[in-house]
Design a protein around this ligand. Structure first.
Ligand SMILES: Nc1ncnc2c1ncn2[C@@H]1O[C@H](COP(=O)(O)OP(=O)(O)OP(=O)(O)O)[C@@H](O)[C@H]1O
Length: 261
């Protein structure tokens, strides 16, 4: 049954690459208005899941519902409702930041004057106003993330998906992004982001989904998932690594740092 209180709900989402099952029957749930974190070790299936959820990668099985609408059967209304900052962000490098926003706004059918107004506001808040006329190819990693986020927010989506939004972003810019996202969720919109940084997820999120080896291994309100521990401890317990780093095969590295004979 569809619960339209959920911003995102997947049912038995499945994706295989050759012999490798990347996502093996995932039921991802994100309640509306959440600031949700999707965490998991490298290769857990986070990017593959987010790509299928946002209509970028066709699932081999299962469904994805956003605001109760099926992403793969009803892509047009779904894409009007979502904003995406994908991993390995590909941008139009030969446009300036301002032109990129203007182009995105026009693709979305927003009137030009409205696009200009929104773009000005976003450039200012992202601290990109001075670089607005510089080509995107000359932007730093953090600036690219910020202009990518501005482009994803321009049409005022109901649900925003961010794959590793803070990677390569300096602490000052990260704070700016956090402020923008907090303001956005406070108005009832939903953010879903993937991250490896547990402290950040713990600080920002009220909802967490933990993935490991293509499965959801825990999901719910932050306090339920961490159950009195830090999120990092809970995470290490859930994904099966000893909190002391034991059991990771490090004994095979006994040569590392040893004094040469
Ligand atoms: N295009 C692809 N072709 C083959 N295998 C893939 C492809 N994309 C992902 N995989 C495999 O699927 C699994 C899940 O990858 P995915 O990128 O979704 O993980 P992730 O949780 O996002 O990892 P990370 O935290 O390192 O970004 C990995 O084993 C990966 O090697």
């Amino acid at each position: 049954m569809t619960d339209i209180a959920d911003a995102v709900r997947t049912r038995q989402l499945f994706k295989r690459f050759g012999q490798q099952v990347a996502v093996g029957g995932v039921d991802l749930v994100v309640p509306r208005g959440s600031f949700a974190g999707l965490v998991g070790p490298n290769g857990a299936g986070k990017t593959t899941t987010l790509s299928m959820v946002t209509g970028l990668l066709r699932p081999d099985g299962g469904d994805v519902l956003i605001d109760g609408l099926d992403v793969w059967r009803d892509p047009v209304p779904v894409k009007a409702r979502i904003g995406v900052l994908p991993e390995g962000l590909r941008l139009f490098e030969r446009l300036s930041g301002r032109e990129l926003l203007s182009y995105n706004g026009q693709l979305r059918g927003i009137p030009r004057a409205e696009v200009e107004q929104r773009a000005e506001g976003l450039l200012k808040v992202m601290d990109l106003a001075e670089s607005a006329d510089k080509l995107v190819v000359d932007y730093s990693t953090g600036m690219r993330k910020k202009i990518g986020l501005a482009a994803a927010l321009l049409h005022n989506p109901r649900v925003l998906f961010l794959d590793e939004p803070f990677e390569g972003v300096d602490p000052v810019s990260a704070n700016t992004l956090v402020e923008v996202l907090r303001r956005y969720t406070a108005s009832g919109s939903t953010v879903v982001f993937s991250s490896h940084v547990m402290e950040l997820v713990e600080r920002l999120c009220d909802w967490v989904s933990v993935m490991n080896r293509g499965q959801i291994v825990a999901q719910g309100p932050l306090d339920e998932v961490r159950a009195g521990r830090s999120l990092n401890e809970a995470f290490l317990g859930l994904v099966g690594a000893g909190a002391d780093g034991s059991g990771n095969g490090e004994e095979g590295l006994s040569w590392l740092g040893a004094t040469p004979a």
